[in-house]
Each structure stands twice: as C-alpha cells, then as structure tokens.
Design a protein around this ligand. Sequence first.
Ligand SMILES: Cc1cc2nc3c(=O)[nH]c(=O)nc-3n(C[C@H](O)[C@H](O)[C@H](O)COP(=O)(O)O)c2cc1C
Length: 235
Amino acid sequence: MQQTTESQSWVNEDGAALERLLRQRHSVRGFLARPIPAPLLTRVFELAQLAPSNVNAQPWRVDVLSGGAAERMRNALLHEAASGAGESPDYPITVVRPGEYRTRQIDAAKALFSATGVKREDLVARQESFLGNFRFFGAPHVAFLSMPDWCGVREAADVGMFAQSLMLALTAHGLASCPQSSLSHYAAVVKRELNIPDDMRVLFGLSFGYEDPDHPSNVVRTSRLPIEEAVAFTR
Ligand SMILES: Cc1cc2nc3c(=O)[nH]c(=O)nc-3n(C[C@H](O)[C@H](O)[C@H](O)COP(=O)(O)O)c2cc1C
C-alpha cells in the first residue's frame, strides 16, 4: 500500500489514527480471562451502533454474553459438537471455495497451524484447534450477530459493517476480537440458549476481550492483495 508523506496536504491526525487502528486490528485466537469493565463494554457497542445500513434499517440483533452466560454457551456449543449431532446453521456453511479463494484459505490455515504447532495431516489436532472456536479462544465475552429472516445479502452487509465498526472500536480501546462464522454452525443451540425467536437468523459470532500476548496463535498476521488486484480505478 502506498505510504503517505508529509508533503501530502490531506495527511491529518484522524487519518493516521484510522490507519493505525486498521493495521493493528487482527483476529486474535488467544485471550486473557480478564473481563472488560462494564462501562467500556457498553461504550464499544454504542460506537458500533453508529454503523450505516440500507435505509437505516439497522437489521442487526446483537447478544453479548459475559461471565456465567458466556460459560453456559461455551459448554452448550462444546456439548453439541461432541454429541455428534449435525450442525444446525441458519445459512449454508461455505465448504468449497474455488481457485484463488481456496488458496488464500489454505495459506491462512497453514500460518495458524505453523504458529501453534499443529501438523496439517494430524486430523485430531486440527479438530481440537477448531474446537477453540467454541471455547471463544479463552475470551470472557462473546457476541452473536443475528438478523430477521426477511433479510438478504444486502442486510448481511449491514451486519458486517456493524461488526467491523465494533472491531475497530475494540481495537481503539486496547481490546481484541475474532469474528467467527463457526459460532453460527450450531445456530439452533445459540437461539435455544438465548431465547432468540425462530424468525431470527444467526449470521456469525465474535469473541472479544484482552489479547493474550503470549499465546502462540497471536503472532499470525495475514496479507492482502496489492490494491491493483482488488480495486479498479476508472476515469
Ligand atoms: C465473517 C467472518 C467469519 C470468520 N470466521 C472465523 C472462524 O470461524 N474462526 C476463525 O478462527 N477465524 C474466523 N475469521 C477470521 C478470518 O480468518 C480472518 O479475518 C482472516 O484470516 C484475515 O485475518 P485478520 O482478521 O487477522 O486480518 C472470520 C472472519 C470473518 C470476517
């Protein structure tokens, strides 16, 4: 990415702060048990609530779990995964990605396995690593993001905007997060535990809290395509 220089008149403090936050945010898969103080917890969700949405419909429903509620959900999801019951997602799980998308998925998995010492061919270790999702990677907080069943992909984009706003707000306050589609794999369990009405659909979840700086997975950083390959500027 092109670096800014002092000679560029549009360089300002806000831009520099935003760039810092965007670069600093990364998916964290090892958290400290330390809970977030309640006023700060409210604050980051207040900021996320400023996210834009189609016709300002604000189609997201957000369930934030801490303490015993997070623990009960962790146990319920792990129990369901261990029971051999089938997954119950509200939206199909993307299993096969074509071509370059699959290559990027494999590269991301390789980086994670290499950092945590998991051998690709060790299916037991890989499954154990996946179960970390349902342990919320040790985070004391988890949020589930849902939307009503009338929503389509445009509203799913709205929920995504809420999520990125939330992740940047967390980063700005010294906190970390991991967005997780895997937390929607057992949507029926999530809805049962939280009494979420049946006409709501769980899109994904997000574990968050204070990053554990010593957790081996947290050294992983992903790359991005060069801008020329992702963005077309036309005059
Ligand atoms: C909607 C969404 C769902 C994701 N689901 C998972 C997940 O289930 N488990 C996981 O470990 N990471 C998950 N991720 C994290 C991605 O792997 C990560 O964002 C990507 O590799 C880029 O890395 P970065 O977030 O560190 O920049 C998800 C990310 C998004 C945006």
